[in-house]
Design a protein around this ligand. Structure first.
Ligand code: FMN
Length: 306
């Protein structure tokens, strides 16, 4: 029997616990990713990186909302060629799996970024096909099952590492996309990215974000994300990583019971602090003991029993 009840396997990755840093919250630098690994995360996802450098949008790019944040950063990133050496360096420093989040403007671009990230040492890639605020990438790809299939197939051909698909909640039927991703060979699904949102300044009578619209994250979206996980688990066998508004161990356990094999945590780090990983892991472990479960795996999807 495995002596660590928190350990879990996800798309071929061994995780010492089911908590994962969500993409974009702490950027790319080895120092910040290392800080999160030391705070107890079982795996790390980098901010999304593309083929060429991108400036992102001018400020304001983030605004606080009731129960969360609305952001439209515009995918600022140094480009994969520049970032590859940082990936290699990060791999020498952190001991938990490093998942590189990638985006592109075509299937070929996604594949090329995935290949370079893999050669640099990524343990897996997460395809951002769900960013709600940059044109011709992100959710414009993830909302179209045909395009999504093409992207996944090309990426699968370009890397031997697990390919995780991050789904958008801004669609009518997330299960349809989850099924399309599964058919194309997705190794895991992350559900979900941010929910399309806007904030307006009553003084200027204008939208606050420079990009006008953004994506809502944090506790306000938790029930939406949880429902997405529940719906996908009912119809799809691919492992799911729950993401959206997870801030406490109770939130994390709800996602596991709904069918997630692991959970990503983002906004809670900004609204609380990185020690949220330790607190959530401690809470999950205490819950498992109290309910007499030997492992996290035992409770995955338990809310679906009749
Ligand atoms: C400031 C900020 C930047 C983000 N950047 C990215 C990104 O680069 N790529 C991505 O896939 N998701 C990005 N996200 C979305 C998060 O990874 C996550 O899916 C979302 O925030 C919901 O989780 P949370 O409520 O725990 O934050 C970003 C979120 C925030 C708040």
């Amino acid at each position: 029997m495995n002596s660590n009840p928190l350990s879990t396997r996800l798309a071929g990755l061994e995780l010492k616990n089911p908590t994962v840093l969500a993409s974009g919250i702490l950027g790319y630098s080895t120092e910040s990713l290392q800080r999160i690994a030391e705070a107890g995360a079982g795996a790390i996802v980098t901010k999304s990186v593309g083929l060429t450098p991108r400036m992102g949008y001018p400020n304001p790019t983030v605004v606080q909302a009731n129960g969360g944040l609305i952001n439209a950063m515009g995918l600022p990133n140094p480009g994969i060629v520049e970032y590859a050496s940082e990936i290699s360096f990060t791999k020498t420093v952190i001991t938990v799996p490093l998942i590189v989040s990638i985006y592109g403007y075509s299937a070929e671009e996604y594949a090329e970024v995935a290949k370079t990230a893999t050669e640099a040492g990524a343990d897996a890639v997460e395809l951002n096909v769900s960013c709600p605020h940059v044109k011709k990438t992100g959710s414009e790809i993830g909302q179209n099952p045909m395009l999504l299939k093409q992207v996944i197939r090309q990426v699968k051909a370009a890397t031997s590492k697990p390919v995780i698909i991050k789904l958008s909640p801004n669609i009518t039927d997330i299960v349809e996309l989850a099924q399309a991703a599964t058919k194309s060979g997705a190794d895991a699904l992350t559900a979900v990215n941010t929910v399309r949102a806007i904030a307006i300044d009553t003084e200027t009578a204008l939208p606050i974000l420079s990009n006008t619209r953004g994506g809502l994250s944090g506790p306000a979206i938790k029930p939406i994300a949880l429902c997405a996980v529940y719906d996908i688990y009912e119809k799809v066998k691919t492992p799911i990583i729950g993401c959206g508004g997870i801030a406490t161990w109770q939130d994390a356990v709800e996602f596991l019971l709904a069918g997630a094999s692991a959970v990503q945590i983002g906004t809670a780090i900004a609204l609380r602090d990185p020690m949220v990983f330790q607190a959530i892991n401690h809470g999950i472990q205490t819950y498992l003991k109290k309910k007499k479960h030997r492992s996290v795996q035992e409770i995955v999807g338990q809310a679906h029993r009749n």
